[in-house]
Design a protein. Structure first.
Length: 296
């Protein structure tokens, strides 16, 4: 009998004797080496004696960021040429000394050191309570942070004779002053004025016809912001010699952007000169005054 069939039969018998579905058991993992073990955490520091501090109940909020950049107030507060956020009735371009007492601007950081010169052009006019006369004037002002200059020209018509503002029947008053800010704040300004005044009489005015007077002139002027666009402004000036002249005006101002509308009262009195060398008659003017001013 050949050997190959016998060997095949033995192999088949052994295969049938083995259990079906038996799988080889997985080998146990090798223990980790000391180099692969994770590092141990450092021991906690000892707790100080006494009770533990209590945790805050509320989480602290972060500090709010500044509303304005760390350069100063909002730009519209100090820059007369920036109108982006400033309300128009606060007086665009009117600058330092024209902000109202209420509502107040929101202060931020210290303002930048801004030096500028502003120019104001004002036209005024009104009537007199006597003889149907009137007055008209033009004033120009240049002003920096402290120093400034004022120039004014007025025509005063007493009424009752001649035509209105004719050289034959109208007084002419010219004033020029150097100004110094005595009190300066964001809501107001008080100035001292030193200069000259020139007064000429009309050609048809009694014994003083055609007379002229030149003398020193001193005074005070200023303005104060009140509520919103409303404010007050005025001046008082005196020429002591050779012809005493007293001139004052008080007005209520309404600021609309770079312009202002004023309405008030003005009185001007020309007294007889000492000894009567210049004029022998007196003259006075009193009446309401309205005006329009533009600052740029």
């Amino acid at each position: 009998m050949p050997k190959r069939p016998l060997a095949v039969a033995v192999i088949l018998a052994l295969a049938a004797a083995l259990p079906r579905g038996a799988a080889a058991e997985p080998a146990e993992p090798a223990p980790p080496r000391s180099s692969d073990a994770p590092p141990r955490a450092a021991p906690a520091p000892p707790r100080p004696p006494g009770p533990a501090p209590l945790a805050p109940r509320h989480r602290p909020r972060p500090a709010p960021a500044p509303r304005y950049p760390p350069g100063g107030f909002p730009r519209w507060y100090w820059d007369p040429y920036f109108y982006g956020e400033a309300p128009g009735w606060w007086g665009w371009g009117w600058g330092f000394g024209y902000y109202p007492l209420y509502p107040r601007p929101e202060y931020g950081y210290a303002p930048e050191d801004v030096s500028r010169v502003t120019t104001r052009l004002t036209l005024t006019g009104g009537g007199t309570l006597r003889h149907g006369g009137g007055a008209a004037g033009l004033a120009l002002g240049l002003e920096g942070e402290r120093l400034g200059f004022h120039l004014g020209v007025d025509g005063l018509y007493p009424g009752g004779r001649g035509s209105t503002f004719d050289s034959l029947s109208t007084f002419a008053l010219l004033t020029a002053h150097l100004t110094v800010s005595l009190v300066t704040a964001d809501v107001g300004r008080l100035r001292g004025e030193v200069g000259l005044s020139v007064l000429t009489w009309p050609d048809f005015y009694g014994p003083d016809a055609g007379a002229a007077s030149l003398g020193p002139d001193v005074g005070l002027s200023g303005q104060l912001g009140l509520v919103g666009p409303l404010g007050v402004e005025g001046y008082a000036r005196v020429t002591p010699v050779p012809v005493p002249i007293v001139d004052w005006q008080a007005a209520l101002a309404v600021h609309v952007g770079p312009a202002a509308v004023t309405a008030g009262w003005r009185e001007l009195a020309v007294h007889r000169s000492h000894g009567g060398n210049n004029n022998v008659a007196s003259f006075d003017f009193a009446g309401p005054q309205v005006g329009v001013g533009v600052r740029f």
